[in-house]
Structures are given as C-alpha cells and as structure tokens.
Design a protein around this ligand. Structure first.
Ligand SMILES: Cc1ncc(COP(=O)(O)O)c(C=O)c1O
Length: 414
C-alpha cells in the first residue's frame, strides 16, 4: 500500500484466520424472511426505494450502481428501527412461549397482550438511530424505554428520542462505555431488558435478532435487484460495531453461496476496529478506544459485535477505513446527482460507501484497491444509504457549506 497519511483511505484484503463459521446460519434467508413478515405487519411499513444511478454508473465506468435508500424507513430516516422492533417482538414472544409469527403488530399493540405481558423497561445505548428505533418501538407497544447517549451526540438526536416518550440522557462517556452503563442499569431494574445492537460474549441472542431484523433491507434489496435483472457483483457496506454489515454480508453469502459478490466492509477511520482486527489477521478483535472523533456518528463504535465478527472474518473480502472527507463527498454526490439521476438525501453514516466508490473510480492513488476488488465496466454495485439527514444542521454544513471538503486536512474544519 505504500506510505499513507491520516487523509488517506486505508484498506486490507481479508487474510484473517477463518473460524468454524457457526454464525452464518443465523443470517439464513429463512430467518430474514421471518423478520420481514414481522415488519410487514406494521401499518408504517413500505419497501424502501432501490435507486438506480445510471448516469453516475456511466460516469464512474461501472455497469450499474444501486442504492438502497433507508431514509424512507418507517418515517424514521434510518434503517435501525428494523433491528430494535424485531428484537423486542422476539423477546416478548419468547417470554410468552409464542412464535414471533403469533405476535404481529396488531397483536403486540392489543390490550390483551399488554395485560398478558405487562410492562418491561427496555434499555439501550445509542449514538442516535438505534435508540430512536428502540424508543419508537417501545412507545408503540406501550413499553418503557431508557436510552443513554455518548458525549458529542447532538441535541437534535436526543430530542428525536425524547419525542418517543423515552427517558434519555447524554453521558460524559464514549459509545462503548454507554453500552456498559445501560447494561448495568438494565440488570439492576425490575423487568429491565437490554436491547443492544451489538453482541459480546454471553450477550448474543438479542443482537442476533437485531441483525436478523436488519435482514429485511437485504431481502428487499435482493428482490428489487432481481426485478431489475441485476445480480450484484459488488456490495459495499458501512460498519460501526458491524451488525448491519454482518447481516447484509451474511444474507448475500447465504444467497449466493457458490459465487458471492465481492463484499467490502467500510468504516470511519476514527473507529476502524474491524479494519484493525483484519490487519492483525489472527481472528482476534482489536478495539479502538477514546473519543473516536468523526462526523460519522453512527459508525463511531470501537468494539466489534462478536456474532458479526464471526461472519465478517469468513465472508468479507476487504476492510476499508475512511477519513471523514470520504463520507462528506458521498453526501454531496448523492445530494447533487448527475442530471437524470435521482437525488438521495444521505447523512454522514449513510454516504461513506458512495464517497469511497467515487474515490476508487476517479482517484489514481486508489487504483491498487480498485483492481484488487475487480471494479470495472462489468461491475454491478449495491450500496446502502443507511440514513437520511438525521441531523439536518450537520447535513447542510456538509452539503451546502462544504464541511470536510479538504481531503488533505480531514478534521481541520470540524
Ligand atoms: C445510519 C447508520 N449507518 C450504519 C450504522 C452502522 O451499524 P453497525 O453499528 O451495526 O455497524 C449505524 C449504527 O448506528 C447507523 O446509525
């Protein structure tokens, strides 16, 4: 890779020691299907758009570029609610000795069920989107919710959660320490349940359900691609703790078992725990600690999900670490499309894969990675814009005022 600076994209192909791959079966098409059925029972449910950017594909020298636009998910501007809502339903079903198929939305919100299950308190930590999803679902189902947020979180994100009747605070802690705080509080609370979007040893069931919930977006995208006659050759997926990446890569590894697409995990440089683990390559996870300063708030997580790591180490092809300018460029490219392409409103954590794709196809210094990934005029690429403008002020600073526009000094204008 030669010498790199803080302003450069860093990457490694996957040379990690393989495991017995026991988690992949949890992301089976059948499991994802179950989650999809549950989500379809919500009155707010619609399939989110798969936007085809034909002019951009031509400009970049690719065959096709598609983006799954999660800003339309349940009116919440991000994909995250898919996970929290499904995990809460699975938990309630399990407590009542039922199958999740027996507790669709209308049953979960019925007086009978509220009487049968009573009231629990769902705890979680979040940099914004996950907590909003859990609070939204808990509120809809008449359950209590407590949310802890790390320092650096914006008031807009807090207000969005407070609106869902959750008790929410911003702590003087980073994301991973907020997770520990919420877990401790859940343990010390009567009927307190931790609904966290990451797994660690001994806490795997709920995060696995959350990942299966994310599978709904993969199932939808798969169908939408098929309807357009596309069999994806490349998937770029962003990661914080890696639950979304594990779900998407797990889904497509199961779907195209013999000949999977090239799949790359994309992180914020300030929190690139999966990339660092991949560089170490012995199969052990490497944590990132400290404040993890990045505009990609949803990706500012330094400790990988153990369930997801097992999937990624076996099925991801590359791990890529991106400075903030990559995400900022992605937001601007989506926001100001080539004439004839549709606009996608994509926030900081949603847009990094677009900024990366653009850099790979247009900047000579990333030629080696472009070639390693075999990106060329035959490539059919799937990206996920995992959030819209969840922080509208920050979105406008990037899209209108050019925040993080200088690729040589990525953090200078933060
Ligand atoms: C918008 C957005 N995209 C991507 C992610 C990354 O998901 P994960 O932490 O599962 O890797 C998050 C996480 O909060 C997010 O909010």
């Amino acid at each position: 890779m030669g010498n790199t600076t803080d302003a450069d994209i860093k990457w490694t192909l996957n040379h990690i020691a393989k495991s017995d791959d026991k988690e992949l079966k949890n992301m089976s098409l059948e499991e994802m299907q179950k989650a999809g059925e549950f989500h379809r029972s919500f009155p707010q449910y619609t399939v989110t758009p798969l936007t085809k950017l034909s002019h951009l594909a031509e400009y970049l020298g690719l065959k096709r570029v598609y983006v799954k636009d999660e800003s339309y998910r349940f009116g919440l501007n991000a994909f995250k609610v898919l996970g929290g809502s499904y995990a809460i339903a699975r938990h309630i079903a399990k407590e009542l000795g039922k199958e999740v198929s027996e507790v669709p939305y209308n049953v979960l919100t019925s007086d009978e069920l509220r009487e049968e299950f009573g009231q629990a308190t769902f705890f979680t930590a979040t940099d914004g989107n996950h907590g909003r999803g859990v609070a939204w679902a808990a509120n809809k189902l008449g359950q209590k919710c407590v949310v802890r947020m790390p320092k650096g979180t914006t008031q807009t994100r807090l207000q969005n959660i407070a609106k869902e009747n959750a008790e929410v605070t911003i702590e003087d802690l980073n994301y991973d320490d907020c997770v520990r705080l919420a877990a401790k509080e859940a343990k010390n609370t009567y009927r307190g349940i931790m609904v966290q979007d990451t797994a660690w040893e001994g806490y795997e069931e709920i995060p696995t359900w959350i990942m299966q919930g994310y599978g709904t977006l993969a199932t939808e995208a798969d169908r939408q691609l098929e309807e357009d006659g596309c069999r994806p050759t490349h998937i770029f997926i962003q990661a914080g703790v890696g639950s979304l990446a594990g779900a998407v890569i797990g889904y497509f590894a199961n779907r195209f078992k013999d000949n999977p697409p090239v799949m790359a995990v994309v992180e914020a440089k300030a929190a690139d725990c999966l990339y660092r683990s991949a560089v170490q390559a012995d199969g052990k996870r490497v944590d990132v600690t400290g404040d993890m300063l990045t505009i990609m708030a949803g990706l500012a997580c330094g400790e990988a999900n153990t369930v997801s790591w097992d999937i990624l180490r076996n099925h991801a092809d590359a791990f890529i670490s991106c400075p903030d300018w990559v995400s900022a460029n992605g937001t601007r490219i989506y926001g100001a499309p080539i004439k004839g392409d549709e606009q996608v409103i994509s926030g900081e954590s949603g847009s990094v894969t677009m900024g990366l794709l653009h850099a790979l196809m247009t900047k000579g210094e990333y030629k080696e990675l472009k070639e390693a990934l075999k990106l060329d005029e035959h490539s059919e690429v799937l990206l996920v814009s995992s959030e819209g403008d969840t922080d509208p002020d920050r979105y406008r600073e990037i899209a209108w005022e050019g925040l993080c526009g200088n690729s040589k000094e990525p953090f200078a204008d933060l």
